[in-house]
Design a protein around this ligand. Structure first.
Ligand SMILES: Nc1ncnc2c1ncn2[C@@H]1O[C@H](COP(=O)(O)OP(=O)(O)OP(=O)(O)O)[C@@H](O)[C@H]1O
Ligand SMILES: [Mg+2]
Length: 257
């Protein structure tokens, strides 16, 4: 098992001493290549903050983040751009597609930004589009796509560079249950068949049941971890265990487990 992501004592405090929000207050965990790791926790527990620290969108107050052995908090200039553009792929709740570009142009945008050339990417695009069932919307603009199609186009954009890790923040948050199920089946399939490493934040116990392991965070710390017992445990049974933890979370008690 090859460790791809190492987080050690990660802290993010917002505001000034005296009026501080400790969004992350000492988070440590590791993710291996090929993991499908979920992050769950109630609203305001620090999930997006965690993902945004890994994506280098925000600077943590303290702690370490290593991706494929590199200290990402020390990256600058070209190396930082390479990390953001090639090593990670980001999937947002609200798709974040560019309205004036077609599906195809949106998906290929990372390539032009990082001057990666053509042929291989074109065939990757064709395969991804087929797999994600978006071949027939590639020439459409986002306004002409359904929510589910938009999110699958966004998934293709996140995957086109073949990043080491996909970071997804509530990817099913804006989807109805049918489209959410389709997206989760596609992500799980990529994880299973292409060994894609995925770190996904979600509120949704259903979406989380596709993960192999889930970290529950509350008040900026990890307070519980669930691992699906593969290959024996059914997704349904895992879902049941997730609901149990979430029920206790809802009660606001972090020390009952
Ligand atoms: N830019 C900011 N300035 C000040 N406080 C912030 C900022 N961003 C987040 N916070 C606070 O940090 C805490 C964690 O926020 P975060 O967005 O990480 O939560 P979350 O778990 O993603 O919540 P949700 O499930 O609602 O998306 C919250 O208390 C939030 O109010
Ligand atoms: Mg959030």
């Amino acid at each position: 098992m090859k460790i791809i992501l190492e987080i050690e004592g990660l802290k993010k405090y917002y505001g000034r001493p005296g009026n501080q929000t400790k969004a992350l207050d000492g988070i440590s965990f590791q993710a291996a290549e090929g993991e499908f790791l979920g992050i769950m926790g109630s609203s305001g527990s620090g999930k997006s903050t965690l993902l945004n620290c890994i994506a280098t969108v925000i600077q943590p107050t303290g702690g370490k983040i290593r991706m494929q052995g590199a200290d990402i908090l020390a990256l600058k200039g070209e190396k930082l751009a390479e990390y953001r553009g090639k090593k990670i792929g980001y999937l947002f709740q609200n798709f974040e597609l560019l309205d004036h570009m077609t599906g195809r142009e949106n998906i290929l945008l990372p390539l032009s930004l990082h001057s990666v050339s053509g042929k291989e990417s074109q065939s990757r695009l064709t395969r991804l589009a087929e797999y994600l069932e978006i071949t027939d919307v590639l020439e459409k603009f986002p306004a002409q796509m359904s929510g589910g199609q938009k999110q699958r186009v966004a998934a293709a954009r996140a995957l086109i560079m073949n990043p080491g890790m996909i970071l997804a923040d509530e990817p099913t948050g804006a989807l109805d249950s049918k489209n959410a199920k389709t997206l989760m089946e596609k992500l799980a399939g990529l994880n299973r068949e292409e060994n894609a490493t995925i770190l996904m934040v979600t509120h949704d116990s259903n979406a989380a049941s596709y993960c192999k392991r889930i970290l529950f965070i509350q008040d900026g710390v990890i307070f519980h971890e669930l691992r699906r017992n593969l290959p024996d445990e059914s997704q349904r049974d895992f879902y049941g265990r997730i609901l149990n933890v979430m029920a206790q979370l809802g009660g606001g008690s972090a020390n009952v487990l």
